[in-house]
Design a protein around this ligand. Structure first.
Ligand SMILES: [Zn+2]
Length: 480
């Protein structure tokens, strides 16, 4: 039965790959939606995993030979050797496997990655994302499609647009960069504008706010306060700001790098303590730093390899080539990244020692950070570079982002949590790189077994946006 489905899927999928453009996209969407191997457990009976080692990163508890019962999209029970319920619809043999909660990538830009990346994420065990800047209209549509079951993808929590200084947006629009900036960047001019900006972002479906550049520290602080008034979390880049600005703005999440130690009377150490007390986090995106420090020729080879293997969209390919061009034209950039990285690494370690939580984020769309794969690279770096324990690295991609988003029903492997899980053939507490050994993924209660994951990756490679740029400015679109 299943193999008939598979053969039919392969035939249909091939068709979808050939027919590109709007019709092709529709065919592909339908194909993605009826992917075989997915056992929807919301309907009747339970999905049961037996004999598995279950890790709950929230408590740190490890349950051996566990029976996990999933019913109506939720985890009903996790019991050692527990008896099987009477309503088993599908049983998965978990002997030799380790179950962890579905992973978060806490720093992605899905619009720039395009739709093909969305299914890649599920294949890599990423069942939730924090999208920190893109086209809000499109992101809201993808989110609806995923929630309805019309598209396979992670739960999307989004900032909506990137908020930027008005001057920066003017320059971006005037540039000949590939990104359609008018869709993704919202200008913030002065402090008097901030409440209107927040209201507009809420109307566009924003779950939190993200500011990238700002006209002045005062506007940054005003925006943070407006976000607080609206009950939204605030994430931002803070280069060029002082620790005191971070505190005054009530910032909830620092992205990529820390503020400048030399400005202002508040020290970084005071800011770390404040972050730890208020539940503020740092998303260090170490993988972005690592990739930014790649020699140009290595980056160039990685880009062409990803293109050959159809692992990224045509738009992302042109964006990466643009980033590479910038690198080629600025010989000092590599040295700058190296010196900043060392400085920030020390600061991240100090922040962690002060009790600040770290979120695992790949900055998907930065040069050579591939959808899904880059998150696993980040987990490795959190351990090797920042010295996080394997358990804390898992927390950075499960319970900590869930807590930040105020979703205690996610990122946990306990009764009552939503059924997002990854089954691994290795123990990530022994070696964090075992998070890559994915044997099955359960997203919103649906099981994607090994065959389904293979098909999902194939479907992502055959997606229309991989063949043709469906987003960038027309003059630069297409593969060459
Ligand atoms: Zn980013």
């Amino acid at each position: 039965m299943k193999h008939e489905f598979t053969a039919e899927f392969m035939r249909t999928n091939k068709k979808a790959a050939i027919v590109i453009g709007r019709t092709g996209l529709l065919v592909w969407l339908v194909v993605i939606a009826v992917l075989p191997g997915c056992a929807p457990t919301g309907m009747r009976g339970s999905l049961v995993i037996v004999g598995v080692t279950a890790i709950d990163p929230a408590s740190g508890a490890v349950t051996r030979n566990a029976t996990i019962v999933i019913r109506y999209g939720k985890i009903a029970s996790v019991e050692p050797g527990g008896p099987l319920p009477g309503d088993v619809a599908r049983q998965v043999d978990g002997h030799g496997l380790t179950a962890i909660p579905g992973l978060w990538d806490a720093h992605v830009h899905l619009s720039k990655a395009r739709a093909s990346a969305i299914s890649h994420l599920i294949a890599w065990g990423v069942t939730s994302v924090r999208d920190v800047g893109g086209d809000p209209e499109e992101l809201a549509r993808w989110r609806r499609e995923i929630e309805r079951g019309d598209r396979v993808g992670p739960r999307i929590f989004m900032a909506g647009p990137y908020l930027e200084s008005a001057e920066r947006v003017r320059r971006q629009i005037a540039s000949d960069d590939v990104e359609p900036y008018r869709k993704t960047r919202w200008p913030v001019g002065q402090s008097a504008d901030v409440d209107a900006v927040v209201a507009r972002a809420v109307a566009a479906g924003a779950d939190f706010l993200k500011m990238r550049t700002r006209p002045s520290p005062e506007v940054f602080v005003a925006l943070g306060q407006a976000a607080q008034r609206a009950g939204l979390k605030f994430a931002a880049h803070v280069d060029g700001l002082a620790p005191q600005h971070v505190i005054d703005a009530g910032l909830d999440s620092i992205e990529h790098m820390l503020p400048d130690r030399s400005s202002g009377k508040t020290s970084l150490e005071q800011m770390y303590r404040w972050l730890a007390e208020t539940g503020g986090v740092i998303t260090p995106t170490l993988v972005t730093w690592e990739r930014s420090m790649l020699p140009v020729e290595d980056a160039s080879r990685a880009i062409e390899k990803a293109a050959d293997q159809r692992l990224i969209s045509a738009f992302l390919l042109s964006d990466w080539r643009e980033q590479l061009g910038e690198r080629r034209n600025n010989a000092g950039l590599l040295e700058y990244y190296r010196s900043m990285y060392e400085k920030n690494l020390q600061a991240f370690r100090a922040a962690r020692s002060a009790g600040v939580r770290m979120l695992a984020g790949s900055d998907l769309t930065v040069l050579t950070a591939r959808p899904g794969a880059a998150l696993h690279a980040e987990l490795g770096l959190l351990v090797s570079e920042l010295g996080l324990s394997e358990l804390d690295a898992l927390r950075a991609a499960t319970v900590w982002p869930s807590d930040w988003m105020e979703r205690p029903d996610l990122g946990r492997l306990e009764p009552g949590a939503l059924a997002d899980l990854v089954l691994l053939s290795g123990d990530p507490l022994e070696d964090i790189s075992n998070t890559r050994k994915i044997r099955a993924v359960i997203a919103a209660g649906k099981l994607y077994d090994a065959d389904a994951l293979t098909l999902l990756k194939k479907a992502a490679r055959d997606a229309p946006d991989v063949a043709v740029d469906d987003w960038g400015r027309p003059a630069r679109s297409g593969r060459d």
